[in-house]
Design a protein around this ligand. Structure first.
Ligand SMILES: [Fe+2]
Length: 349
């Protein structure tokens, strides 16, 4: 029997989330995808939006040629629109853009223009629909994420540590911070689904210390659990040395060196996960092409350190690692927000 394009259970889960993002009868809904988009996501999104009475139209652009010596993953900076004025015009005049591009529009060069009109954008992570269905929803998540974000904005220093050896200090002044709830917030807003993340893009000259990736941590670019320790020595925002003998350290060094720049070694964003339904281990149950590994970016109590582009610090590159870590302690000044991988009670469900 052939595989169905989608399932009612997925459509129902997507429709429920679109409804949370305010999709209602008669809205103009642009379904943006590219030739390499996950077919099941696009089909599920289309039917779900239609089920709510959305006036759906498709914009499908060709996936652009690879511009890099290695595959690019989890940058959130889709290049698929390629500054196409007609595409941008259609998106600007929509009420809701459902973003099914592979990398997503979050950091795409056209996002500012798209959000300058009446549209709000819901970026759907490039996951198997089963992941998005399983994660479900917690009505209290937006409040908890907002609280964590308030704490982050009010703090001066973020410090992360672990028994494995992580000891990282991030000065927060001048950084750009955000709390990802998963929900759009009216015209001109963008949301990333699934939500449950608080993070900051630190200003230049703010990050110093050591990050140790331990077994069970994840490198989202490889969509692979770390199996052998990798020690990153970070000086003035940049990884100066990658220590480790295992294949994880070898891959780390090899991939970043492919870009031939210094920015790939710099700090992109730093934060922690808050989604209690997301799991660190679930991607291991799928073939690699079936998921994007982004569920691991949001699981509750992870410490997320990322390398690569950071607009706030004026650094641009396509090299990007999201590195969610387990069993870390994260402090904002004297306040513990994550204690050995467990969210502080105020932030927990
Ligand atoms: Fe990232």
């Amino acid at each position: 029997m052939s595989q169905p394009a989608t399932e009612w259970r997925f459509i129902r889960a997507f429709a429920a989330h679109f409804a949370r993002c305010g999709l209602h009868e008669g809205e103009k809904v642009a379904l943006l995808s590219e030739s390499q988009s996950r077919h099941a996501l696009v089909e599920t999104a289309r039917l779900a939006a239609q089920s709510l009475g959305g006036r759906v139209f498709d914009i499908v652009v060709p996936t652009p040629p690879s511009a890099h010596p290695v595959p690019i993953r989890s940058t959130g900076a889709s290049q698929a629109i390629a500054h196409h004025d007609a595409v941008i015009a259609a998106l600007v005049h929509s009420d809701l853009v459902i973003d099914c591009t592979v990398e997503g529009l979050l950091h795409s060069p056209e996002l500012g223009r798209i959000l300058g009109g009446s549209a709000r954008v819901l970026m759907i992570s490039n996951e198997h629909p089963e992941v998005l269905e399983r994660l479900g929803w917690d009505d209290d998540l937006p409040r908890r994420v907002a609280l964590g974000h308030e704490w982050l904005k009010a703090a001066s220093v973020l410090h992360a540590s672990s028994d494995a050896g992580t000891d990282l200090t991030v000065q927060l002044a001048g950084g750009f911070s955000a709390g990802s709830t998963g929900l759009t917030d009216g015209p001109g807003s963008i949301a990333h689904w699934p939500g449950g993340l608080v993070l900051t893009f630190p200003a230049a000259h703010s990050v110093q210390g050591t990050v140790v990736l331990a077994p069970g941590d994840m490198n989202l670019t490889f969509n692979r659990l770390v199996e052998s320790p990798v020690t990153l020595h970070i000086v003035d925002d940049h990884i100066e040395e990658i220590e480790g003998d295992g294949v994880d350290a070898i891959l780390f060094r090899s991939y970043l060196s492919a870009f031939g720049d210094r920015e790939s070694y710099a700090t992109s964003h730093v934060g922690w996960g808050m989604n209690q339904f997301a799991r660190w281990d679930s991607a291991q149950l799928f073939d690699k092409r079936e998921t994007w590994g982004t569920e691991a970016r949001a699981y509750a109590g992870n410490f997320l350190y990322s390398t690569g582009a950071n607009e706030t610090a004026g650094r641009f590159t396509a090299g990007h690692f999201d590195l969610p870590m387990r069993n870390c302690t994260v402090r904002l000044d004297d306040r513990v927000v994550v204690d050995h991988g467990v969210l502080a009670p105020e932030l927990a469900p």
